[in-house]
Design a protein around this ligand. Structure first.
Ligand SMILES: Nc1nc2c(ncn2[C@@H]2O[C@H](COP(=O)(O)OP(=O)(O)OP(=O)(O)O)[C@@H](O)[C@H]2O)c(=O)[nH]1
Ligand SMILES: [Mg+2]
Ligand SMILES: [Zn+2]
Length: 332
């Protein structure tokens, strides 16, 4: 509910609400239960967030904005469609206000670990998750890939795996492993042809996620001329990325229906409140096998007659899924 002056006419709400925003604390005005009419406010898309300031694309202009106090603790994240009021010129030193977050078509979030109930949002309204992993440097992690596939299932976003750095090592094993699970895989190499990946992204809103150093920003720079994302090498001693990108950003492409978002490298991807059924459902071929499980099977290690143990699922993958299933069982 938003603050409003008693007796104000509907048309007064905008200015009144603006005055109220920066008012020193300790002064509160009477409120009515009437919801302010924001339908006239302009809709934009959140491109980035930096210390409470949002960059919002509104009709081709990038506007700086802050959250209206009326939004309270409601989060505003990259990809959100929001209603804006105030100065929409986009000129420097101007600030608009985000007065409403429109309903999200998807919501991708993680927690630090499976025991942490705090949601850490990544992006809103993506319809595809590009799970980026390197063939080598850093070495691929099946556990992370599997967790991201599951997160995509939970968020209602389609997963697509991208193996980068195929100039350094073969991606054949990874491609084969996920192909048999029904998850599509594409590959890239430094300076390689991007036709296939462009096709996969066309007309969609895609979020790139993965460990640090796998080449998310490098790919964004290749796909979006002028994106200017900073990239960094992989530490030779630890074999890990340097966490170069520090916040998520949504970027338009030359096609108005195609958007890509770069995100900071993930250290971990925790689940909070994810059910075993979602873990299995995320992989079409695993879901098919699990149909032969006893009713109510939780697919945990040592479960009698769990069909995941009948040999159809490769050992490496079974081990990875079991680690996740056992972990969420312990956390839940
Ligand atoms: N050999 C090779 N190197 C690549 C490839 N793609 C990216 N790199 C290099 O990998 C390093 C890390 O790339 P980034 O794009 O910064 O990785 P990132 O995923 O954005 O990392 P964070 O922002 O830290 O999450 C850079 O030195 C890139 O030049 C590739 O296909 N082959
Ligand atoms: Mg990056
Ligand atoms: Zn089972």
């Amino acid at each position: 509910m938003s603050p409003r002056v008693l007796g104000a006419r509907a048309g007064d709400v905008e200015d009144d609400d603006f005055d109220d925003f920066d008012r020193a604390s300790g002064y509160s005005r009477p409120r009515t239960k009437t919801r302010p009419d924001y339908t006239s406010a302009v809709v934009g898309k959140v491109l980035g967030v930096d210390r409470g300031r949002f960059a919002v694309a509104v009709e081709g202009v990038t506007v700086r904005a802050i959250k209206a106090r009326a939004l309270g603790r409601k989060s505003v994240v990259v990809g959100d469609r929001v209603r804006l009021m105030g100065d929409l010129s986009g000129e420097s030193d101007t600030l608009a206000r985000i007065v409403e977050v429109l309903e999200r078509t998807s919501w991708l979030c993680r927690s630090a670990d499976d025991f942490d109930p705090e949601e850490r949002p990544l992006v809103a309204n993506a319809d595809q998750m590009l799970i980026v992993t390197a063939a080598a440097n850093p070495a691929p992690s099946l556990g992370m890939i599997d967790r991201l596939v599951i997160a995509a299932e939970v968020a209602g976003v389609e997963p697509l795996i991208l193996v980068t750095k195929t100039d350094l090592a073969s991606a054949d094993d990874l491609v084969a492993a996920y192909d048999t699970l029904g998850i599509p895989v594409v590959t890239t190499r430094l300076g390689g042809d991007l036709t296939v990946i462009r096709e996969c992204l066309r007309g969609r809103t895609t979020v790139l996620v993965g460990h640090s150093g796998v080449g998310k920003s490098t790919l964004i720079n290749a796909l979006v001329p002028g994106a200017g994302r900073v990239t960094g090498d992989v530490n030779e001693v630890t074999g890990k990325g340097r966490h170069v990108s520090s916040s998520a950003i949504a970027l338009p492409t030359d096609d108005p229906d195609t958007w890509v978002s770069d995100t900071p490298g993930l250290r971990s991807f925790g689940f909070s409140g994810v059910a075993p059924a979602a873990v299995v459902a995320a992989f079409p071929d695993v879901a098919a096998i699990a149909e032969d499980c006893p009713r109510g099977c939780q697919h945990l290690t040592g479960t009698l007659e769990c069909a995941l143990d009948d040999g159809r699922l490769g050992g490496t993958h079974l081990a990875s899924l079991r680690r996740i299933l056992d972990a969420i069982d312990k956390a839940g």
